[in-house]
Design a protein around this ligand. Structure first.
Ligand code: TXA
Ligand code: MG
Length: 343
């Protein structure tokens, strides 16, 4: 018999339903909650059993640690050993919001959250629904993205349901996520802060506040066999829809002619608004060319749409890596298994 036969409640954002979600957390259960980035699969971060159930529900590798979510700054104090001046500046500048910082962990964080690492990732989301639920529970909430591991992160309650129905106690429907891809992750332990995962808070914005940071190699490059990674999540296959995604690194004309000549069933283009008139295949767009924020917002949504539309092959344009573009390219490369055709 499957162990995934929970009655998954669909919860609204009414006070009553948020109270129900908070109560499920207090009782050790699992609830998917909306955040400004993507939906999170949450549980009480201090309850080892509940945290282990997150890994089971997602089919997540046992060496990929979770982010702990708080609703106010003071709540970080019991969770970490030391908050550097630079971390304080970043918290003041970007919290609540889509930034995760990694600190040395305190002893109250169970090993299940950090997978035995001595650091813990902390984030204070800005989404009012996430904040209210965390506050009502009175607990730090561990939450990875609310998808089966390897798939595309969910940006609607429907996406959570499609993956996790029967595996979680509830899904709170807070509509579509505003940012549309996961938070920026930065390691604040060690000599120099190191960007491990790009997101909506950009490397440029961070440097403006605290000076130089290191951009981890794994952001734009595949991890070699046996290579040590600072953020375990970087080494896993990620963000993959059922369709095969292939990135085309080319100028407009070469991209159009490559896609137009391609033969086969259910070929789609993932391109910009301005490209659509030049392409003879079905297109989903990342918004207007050079609008990185729109690209961030539409990437995962479109990857989910490709599945619904039965896409077999998707030829994607390669966005620029400035600003939020770095996050878009980081996720797109992983969804394509780093397959890039340079023309
Ligand atoms: O926007 C987000 O960050 C979403 C929402 C729900 O908050 N959460 C999310 O969690 O994306 P997840 O588990 O899908 O990604 C967390 C990433 C993983 O790549 C993980 O390896 C890394 O953060 N991470 C967590 N704790 C870490 C630690 N102590 N050291 C290094 N990397 C860590
Ligand atoms: Mg994830």
């Amino acid at each position: 018999m499957s162990e995934f036969n929970k009655q998954t409640k669909l919860l609204s954002t009414s006070e009553n339903d948020l109270q129900t979600a908070a109560k499920i957390f207090k009782n050790g259960g699992l609830v998917c909650i909306p955040t400004e980035t993507v939906y999170g699969l949450g549980a009480n971060a201090l309850n080892e059993e509940a945290v282990k159930n997150i890994f089971k529900a997602k089919g997540r590798a046992g060496d990929n640690p979770l982010i702990v979510h708080i609703s106010k700054f003071d709540d970080i104090k019991p969770l970490v050993k030391n908050i550097s001046k630079k971390a304080e500046i970043l918290a003041q500048s970007f919290w609540p919001g889509p930034l995760t910082m990694i600190f040395e962990k305190s002893n109250i964080i169970p090993d299940a959250v950090t997978c035995g690492m001595d650091t813990v990732a902390i984030r204070m989301p800005s989404h009012p629904v996430a904040r209210k639920i965390i506050e009502k529970s009175g607990l730090p909430i561990a939450a990875p993205s609310a998808n089966i591991s390897g798939g595309v992160s969910p940006v609607t309650a429907e996406h959570c349901f499609a993956d996790l129905k029967g595996r979680v106690d509830g899904v709170v429907d807070g509509g579509e996520c505003e940012v549309g891809l996961e938070s920026t992750v930065i390691l604040m332990v060690g000599d120099k802060p190191r960007l491990l995962r790009p997101g909506f808070v950009t490397a440029e914005q961070i440097c403006e506040k605290i000076g130089e940071i290191i951009i981890d190699d794994a952001i734009l490059n595949p991890i070699g066999k046996g290579q040590k990674v600072l953020s375990p999540g970087m080494k896993y296959k990620h963000y993959s829809p059922s369709a095969k995604v292939i990135i085309i690194d080319a100028d407009d004309e070469k991209y159009y002619s490559y896609v137009n000549q391609a033969e086969g069933e259910n070929i789609f283009a993932l391109c910009y608004d301005e490209d659509v008139a030049h392409i003879n295949k079905k297109c989903l767009t990342l918004g207007r060319h050079n609008d990185n924020k729109s690209a961030a917002n539409r990437l995962f949504y479109n990857l989910h749409q490709f599945d619904l539309l039965g896409a077999k092959t998707v030829f994607a344009r390669l966005p620029k890596t400035d600003g939020v573009g770095l996050a878009v390219v980081n996720r797109l490369l992983r969804s394509a298994g780093f397959e890039v055709i340079k023309l």
